[in-house]
Design a protein around this ligand. Structure first.
Ligand SMILES: [Zn+2]
Length: 399
C-alpha cells in the first residue's frame, strides 16, 4: 500500500487527503482514505510524506528517436547502434519525468515496435508506447525530409495501402501530416477521408498534424480523432470537435521553446526563418487557449519537443505549466496530462486515473501540484504496472 499526503485521481476534480493506493500485481486494487484502507487491507505500507500521488502522465505527442537537431546528428544518422543507445536514454529520462505512456507520432526504423519488444523482453525500461510508426504526408509535404520517419503518399488508393502497411508493421494508430506553418492544406479531402475510413476499419485512431486554414477544417470533416497542434483553431471548430468527440493536442510549450531559441539567436536556419510564425503562434495560444478549452473539447497534453531536440525528454510538466498560465486550473491541467490522454487513446478503462481496476501507473511528486503545478517537476518516484521504476535519490521509498 502506498500512502501519501493526498491523491489526485486524474479526473480533473477529485483530491483525497491522506490517501492510499493498494496495489495488486499490475493493477490498483483500491484507492481512498488511508485510515479506511488500513482497516480493510492490513499490509506493509510505503509512506510518501510531503508527496502527492497521481496517475503517471501521458505524452500524446512524441517522436521516438528524432535526432535530427542533436549536436551529433551526423553520427546518429550513420550509426544505428549509437542511435539505439540515444533512444534508450531518452526512454529512461521520459519515465524519470513521470511520463508512463507516450504516443509516438512518427519515428524512423520502425523503432516504436522494436522498443515495445525490447521493453517486454526486459532489455530496457520504457514508457508504454502507442506508436504510429511512419507518418504519412503528400509528396513534398510537411515532414517529407524526415527520412524513414515520414512516407510520401498521393491519391486515396495509395493512402489506403500506406495505412494498411503501417498496420501490418505494428502501428497502433495512424499519423497524417497536413499543413506546415501558414501553408494551406496538403492532402485533399478524398485522401483524408480514405485514411480515416481505412484506419477506423482496423480499429486504429487517426492523429492529424494540422494548424491552419482549410487544413484543420478538412481534418475535422474527415473525422480525424485528434488534431495535433491546432495552432490557429477557432472556437467554432473546437465546438464541433467537442460534438464529434475529437481531441485537441495543442503542444504549446514546444512553440515557446522554439521561439525562445530564435529570439536568442540559438536556432538553426529552419527555425530562424520561422520566427514570425513562431511569435504569432505563441501569442495565439496565449490569447485563445482558455477560450478553446472552455468549449469543452477534450484537451490532452503533448510535447513534440523531440522535433526541436529539447534537452529534457517529454516535458509534460512544462506543457501543464503553460496551460495554467493561460487560464485553466492546475487540477484541469493534470487531467489533460492523465485522464484526458487516456480517454483520447480509448484506454480510460485501464489508464490515466487512480481508480480500482486501472493499471498501477503512478507518480509521486513532492508538494501539491493541485495548487502549484510546478510541483509536477519534482518527481520522487514512478511506478509502472505496480513496479517502482524510478526513485529520486532523496526518496528512499521502494527498494
Ligand atoms: Zn510532431
Amino acid at each position: 500500500m502506498l500512502v501519501a499526503d493526498r491523491l489526485i485521481t486524474g479526473d480533473g476534480k477529485t483530491v483525497i487527503e491522506q490517501g492510499a493506493v493498494v496495489l495488486r500485481g499490475k493493477r490498483i486494487l483500491a484507492a481512498g482514505r488511508a485510515e479506511e484502507l488500513r482497516r480493510l487491507f492490513p499490509e506493509e505500507e510505503i509512506r510518501l510524506p510531503g508527496c502527492t500521488l497521481m496517475p503517471g502522465m501521458i505524452d500524446m505527442h512524441t517522436h521516438i528517436g528524432y535526432y535530427y537537431g542533436e549536436k551529433n546528428a551526423e553520427r546518429l544518422a550513420e550509426d544505428r547502434m549509437l542511435r539505439a543507445y540515444f533512444i534508450g536514454k531518452r526512454m529512461e529520462d521520459t519515465l524519470k519525468a513521470g511520463v508512463t505512456t507516450i504516443r509516438d507520432m512518427s519515428s524512423a526504423d520502425g523503432i516504436g515496435t522494436v522498443l515495445k519488444e525490447a521493453a517486454a523482453a526486459g532489455y530496457l525500461r520504457a514508457p508504454r508506447i502507442v506508436t504510429s510508426l511512419r507518418g504519412l504526408c503528400i509528396t513534398g509535404g510537411h515532414g517529407c525530409s524526415m527520412t524513414g520517419a515520414v512516407e510520401e503518399v498521393d491519391g486515396a488508393e495509395a493512402v489506403r495501402r500506406a495505412v494498411r502497411r503501417n498496420i501490418r508493421d505494428g502501428a497502433d494508430c495512424i499519423k497524417l501530416l497536413d499543413s506546415e506553418a501558414y501553408r494551406g492544406e496538403e492532402f485533399n479531402q478524398e485522401e483524408l477521408d480514405a485514411a480515416v475510413a481505412e484506419a477506423h476499419r482496423f480499429g486504429r485512431k487517426v492523429a492529424a498534424h494540422a494548424g491552419y486554414g482549410p487544413s484543420m477544417e478538412m481534418c475535422i470533416q474527415a473525422g480525424c480523432d485528434s488534431i495535433e497542434h491546432g495552432t490557429h483553431l477557432r472556437v467554432e471548430q473546437a465546438e464541433r470537435m467537442r460534438d464529434n468527440g475529437q481531441t485537441w493536442v495543442p503542444t504549446i510549450y514546444v512553440f515557446h521553446y522554439a521561439y525562445e531559441l530564435v529570439k536568442n539567436n540559438l536556432a538553426d536556419g529552419d527555425l530562424s526563418s520561422n520566427g514570425a510564425y513562431l511569435k504569432d503562434t505563441v501569442e495565439t495560444y496565449r490569447d485563445m487557449f482558455k477560450k478553446l478549452y472552455d468549449t469543452g473539447v477534450l484537451v490532452a497534453t503533448g510535447t513534440d519537443t523531440d522535433a526541436c531536440s529539447h534537452p529534457q525528454a517529454s516535458p509534460v510538466a512544462r506543457e501543464c505549466d503553460l496551460m495554467v498560465q493561460y487560464g485553466i486550473s492546475p487540477m484541469e491541467a493534470i487531467a489533460c496530462a492523465t485522464g484526458n490522454g487516456a480517454k483520447a487513446l480509448g484506454l480510460s478503462d485501464s489508464l490515466g486515473l487512480i481508480r480500482e481496476g486501472c493499471l498501477a501507473d503512478l507518480l509521486a511528486v513532492r508538494g501539491n501540484p493541485g495548487e502549484n503545478i510546478r510541483a509536477l517537476e519534482d518527481v520522487q518516484a514512478v511506478w509502472q504496472e505496480g513496479i517502482c521504476v524510478y526513485e529520486s535519490e532523496s526518496a528512499h521509498l521502494c527498494k
